[in-house]
Design a protein around this ligand. Structure first.
Ligand code: NAP
Length: 179
């Protein structure tokens, strides 16, 4: 058996999704997130650092300019808009025209162990059938919004919960053992 994957093997071992939501499933409002939980941002950074991250153009737009591209991660952004794509490339993003191209770019960027899909809702919808991991922060907030978390069907099992004051970190796995 070869000890390393051959270079033409384009199958990452794991695709994860990561998001924060209210208890009602809101993930976004007016192009942003309707809460401020620094511990969640630290958690996001800790988990995604060193791995390629895939996002939709509106999620890229939601980051303040000084925070993008997210450091220490290849930022892969999906867009069909040529002008926006050129601007994002100049700012340091890898811009691709579709989800499969995003996965290919992530693998190219050393994403053979773990690739993160970081939103928004349109990206989670596309990743749902190929992802096997979801890291979900549930924020105890009644904020309303216009963008919602994907529904995880019964193939998904919550495998870990870490409760904190006002929020909890949940890990969900497709085909995982119940915690
Ligand atoms: N709470 C969280 O964890 C979290 C995480 C991420 C985002 N958010 C929030 O979610 C909201 C944004 O999410 P969203 O669902 O509205 O937008 P989104 O998924 O971030 O971006 C949508 C855009 O991505 C591009 N796109 C998506 N699929 C594509 C495909 N297959 N091929 C080519 N381009 C594609 C298109 O860009 P073009 O229009 O340029 O063609 C599309 O308009 C914001 O409020 C943000 O703050 C929250």
């Amino acid at each position: 058996m070869p000890s390393e994957l051959p270079s033409d093997t384009h199958t990452p071992s794991r695709i994860g999704m990561i998001w924060a939501q209210t208890t009602e499933g809101v993930i976004g409002a007016d192009g942003g997130m309707p809460w401020h939980v620094p511990e969640d941002l630290a958690h996001f950074k800790e988990l995604t650092h060193g791995h390629p991250v895939i996002m939709g153009r509106r999620t890229w737009d939601s980051f303040p300019e000084r925070f993008r591209p997210l450091p220490g991660r290849t930022n892969i952004v999906l867009s069909r808009n040529r002008e926006a794509a050129e601007q994002m490339r100049q700012a340091g993003a890898v811009v691709v025209p579709g989800f499969q191209e995003a996965l290919d770019a992530a693998i190219e960027a050393d994403g053979l162990d773990l690739i993160w899909v970081i939103g928004g809702a349109t990206l989670f919808d596309q990743a749902l059938d190929v992802a096997t991991l979801a890291e979900v922060t549930v924020i105890e907030s009644t904020a309303s919004g216009d963008t919602y978390a994907p529904a995880l069907n019964d193939q998904w099992t919550r495998t870990a919960v870490d409760q904190h004051e006002g929020y909890r970190f949940e890990r969900w796995e497709r085909g995982g053992e119940r915690a």
